[in-house]
Design a protein around this ligand. Structure first.
Ligand code: ADP
Ligand code: F6P
Length: 322
């Protein structure tokens, strides 16, 4: 192996820079050249790549986002798009590609690897919906950002005896909402994995007030059957009967842009090194993730074919604790 390339794709996640740094430095340590591809698969198709040195990744471990830029690239979903990317990789004498990204990005990595090119994925998404890694880069930081917002809302909610609803990201996965709800002591948690009954939520909030609570907090996942907008509308339509307003806060991209915490910096550093180690061992077509604190590889075919399961016992625990 002489030259590898690295790209970041899909939604950015705090810790992506730490992963880039680790891949560049461990790759160089192995005697390879490392190219950075700008703007994910779009940059790959356009041949937008440059050599990176150990100094080009200085002072980025603490930065959120990705210095390489990221993108959603519909063209890469087509065989024609991927053939263009392959031509660019060959033209730049790149022998293997590392893809830092989430579910969709790893589908792209798998598709490219199926065309015969050596690809290794690094599990990175705030959604934690990627099979092949117990936890993905960015989750911990995003969770802490959501938690800070929840803690603050609780303070003002208590002063005014108000009910707040916080919508967190996660796409079709309820992981962030479930964990933010547990860690933030929410009165109700609404996730896509479980059917939502707005009446049951209202009853739960009422019971909380009856037990002497001075606030009510609902954490809802953006992908839930009733998201923030849906729940607020329902509560407005039935205001007289339900008896109170629900004020909604959508955290949105605020959760993605933070500086990575210690957990994500270390996870990203280990997974980045795991990617170059895998390539050095001759492994390809795999996703590098973490299981029981061990860096592991899972065939990309399995990573994209399987759905990561949420531990719904935790939802039950949250019910007991509220
Ligand atoms: P994430 O990686 O955060 O889940 P996306 O789902 O948006 O983000 O995927 C990022 C990019 O990965 C897409 O814009 C596309 O270029 C590529 N991609 C997604 N799914 C596929 C697929 N089935 N085949 C090839 N490329 C894909
Ligand atoms: O996959 C990460 C994520 O932040 C999801 O939680 C969210 O649904 C999506 O990306 C938002 O995408 P965009 O940044 O394109 O609006």
């Amino acid at each position: 192996m002489k030259r590898i390339a690295v790209l970041t794709s899909g939604g950015d996640a705090p810790g992506m820079n730490a992963a880039i740094r680790s891949i560049v430095r461990t790759g160089i340590d192995k005697g390879w050249e490392v190219f950075g591809v700008c703007h994910g698969y779009a940059g790959l198709i356009g041949g937008d790549m440059e050599p990176m040195g150990t100094r080009s990744v200085s002072h980025i471990i603490q930065e959120g986002g990705t210095i390489l830029g990221s993108a959603r690239c519909p063209e890469f979903k087509t065989e024609e798009g991927r053939l263009k990317a392959l031509r660019e990789l060959h033209q730049h004498d790149v022998e293997a590609l590392v893809v830092i990204g989430g579910n969709g990005s790893q589908c792209g990595a798998h598709a490219l690897s199926e065309m015969g090119f050596p690809v290794v994925g690094v599990a990175s998404t705030i959604d934690n919906d990627l099979y092949g890694s117990e936890v993905t880069i960015g989750v911990d930081t995003a969770l802490n950002i959501a938690l800070e917002a929840i803690d603050r809302l609780k303070v003002t909610a208590t002063s005014h005896e108000r009910a707040f609803l916080v919508e967190v990201m996660g796409r079709a996965c309820g992981y962030l909402a479930l964990m933010a709800g547990i860690a933030g002591g929410a009165e109700a948690i609404v996730i896509p994995e479980v059917e939502t009954d707005p009446e049951a939520i209202a009853a739960e909030l009422h019971r909380g007030y009856e037990r002497g609570k001075t606030h009510a907090l609902v954490v809802v996942a953006e992908g839930a059957q009733y998201n923030a907008e849906g729940l607020v509308r329902y509560f407005e339509e039935h205001r007289n009967r339900l008896g109170f307003d629900l004020r909604a806060i959508t955290l949105g991209h605020v959760q993605r842009g933070g500086a990575p915490g210690a957990f994500d910096r270390i996870l990203a550093t280990r997974l980045g090194a795991g990617a170059t180690d895998a390539l050095a061992r001759g492994e390809q077509g795999v996703l590098v993730g973490i299981h029981k604190d061990e860096v592991t590889t899972t065939p990309l075919a399995d990573a994209v074919a399987n759905k990561k399961q949420l531990d719904l016992h935790l939802l039950e625990l949250a019910r007991v604790l509220r």
